[in-house]
Design a protein around this ligand. Sequence first.
Ligand code: TYD
Length: 198
Amino acid sequence: MCASGKIILIGKRVGKFLYLVYNKIKIILQYYNNMAKKRQERTLVIIKPDALNRGLAGEIIHRFERKGLKIVGIKMIQLDDIILAEHYAHLVDQPFFPRIAKFMSEWPVIVMALEGLEAVNSVRLLTGETLGRHADAGTIRGDYSMSVQANIVHASDSIENARKELARFFKPEELFDWNCLDSQAIYAEGEGEEDDDE
Ligand code: TYD
């Protein structure tokens, strides 16, 4: 191939690459624009080993779905000491930390990303307080747990932590920006938009 042919070929490849990058950036910007406009949040839930061992995973997922929260990511993973030390950084100095780390890494868990208006708070309300036997009846922990450690689920406790935890457990391509046909039945028209008074 002559020199000018090579330059044209390189030019075409660079052009194609730039076009792909441009499209990716456009999709990401559109996604954040939609999220900002609609005040949607994403949060992380971990279905813990006790729930899996008791055959409750489907029931737990069903509860979040029935509420109207949208699943935007889900997978089964095995946690290790490194990720657990990061995830429970606020508890690593507690005497019970080795016990939690053993429990959470001995069996697989299911991690889920849920989306909805004020999803972080909504999911925490559904989850109930940490100690299962004190949690309100009707909450997940209140209905299925008697324990502090075997308390069925983890749920992010703030928007900031939800963002960090989602990034910890999911690669960007494992999270889906999909349009749920039911959302028109779940929310009022315009609910959650910037100019919506609520
Ligand atoms: P924490 O972040 O305080 O609660 P939550 O899960 O409600 O956000 O604690 C994280 C997990 O650590 C908790 O779900 C179960 C476990 N844990 C114990 O095993 N013993 C304890 O005394 C506490 C406080 C937590």
